[in-house]
Write a protein that binds this ligand. Sequence first.
Ligand code: F0G
Length: 387
Amino acid sequence: MSASREGPAEPRGGGESFAGAPWRGVVREFREILPEIPEEAVVTLLEGGTPLVPAPGLSRRVGGGVEIFVKIEGQNPTGSFKDRGMTVAVSRAKARGAKTVLCASTGNTSASAAAYAARGGLRCVVVIPEGQIALGKLAQAMVHGARVLAIQGNFDRALELVRGLSDEGTVVVVNSINPDRIEGQKTVAYEVVNALGGRVPDAHALPVGNAGNITATWRGYEERAATARAVSARGGAAAAAAAPGVALPKMLGFQAEGAAPIVRGERVLDPRTIATAIKIGNPASWKGALEARDNSAGMIETVTDREILAAYKALAEVEGIFVEPASAASVAGVLKLNAQGKLTGLRTIVCTVTGHGLKDPERAVAVSKGVEKVDASPGTLRRVILE
Ligand code: F0G
């Protein structure tokens, strides 16, 4: 932390926990860059501070000295990046006297909303596409006591219905159309740069569904670079320390091929992909995603389900990192761009992996080799293991 002591005054991040200063969660760690929240309204499960883990196996595969890091957002309290925005949205809803939070979801938003509502003493209603959300996520919403309403229709329809009820009475919508969600999620960029010792990565890759996360991550990088530039302009020792932090990464977004409205430039009426979290045909933050792409000189591309599953397995088998399928789209995309020779000049690449693998246990079982039944005898075990 010595660099940041001399450098720009900015929130820490990256999960450092040193004696006497335990991690305090997104709202308290990043208070100065977030909308105002009175202390008594803070609803937190100490989210954020997730690890940025080097991925040596993937880096070797890409070659050319490229270093790949994985920002493991599945290590947030409910197992996805949604918690960063949810702590802000639910705290602000509580501060305003809300009684109920409402969301449409492909699963993770509902799991997060349900947990934070429970923690904050609010009711939670979630609207989900029936039969299209992974088992772990459904279990989370249920166990936290949310009302779970399943509709015949996809996520886009669910969000349309929820939008129609926006903020009626004491109900607050906590989808990423709520700006507080984006504000909370932008904190990931600060953590990445701090974990890299003040260096900004050359590129940041992430899966794109409703496009809130790419919008938020880019905002985080932009705001932090603007602060670093201001410090730099003042001169002196702090300016030197801030210098590496004025850069911006290229944002690399990846949509599933059957659910790629942003890449195609038009709504997808019947989105299809095994990555149910990003099975979205009309993203709410479409414009934010285009701005992130264009202002960062980045790219938004497609990855096939096959490529997503290959990256999913590679992360689990080679790096020991278990993510849900949609999360692997970031890694799949980077591997694809590499194969196409499009990573030239990018040496440090961060991939956000958005959700924990246990969210979707059925997929894990389906793609893995089966369980072997063996006799309960020492002889058999010895033979099977040692031969
Ligand atoms: N990865 C996971 C695991 C997700 O759950 C989502 C979105 C995304 C990526 C895409 O992020 O929407 O900000 O572009 N899940 C939402 C939900 C839609 O309802 O849980 P995005």
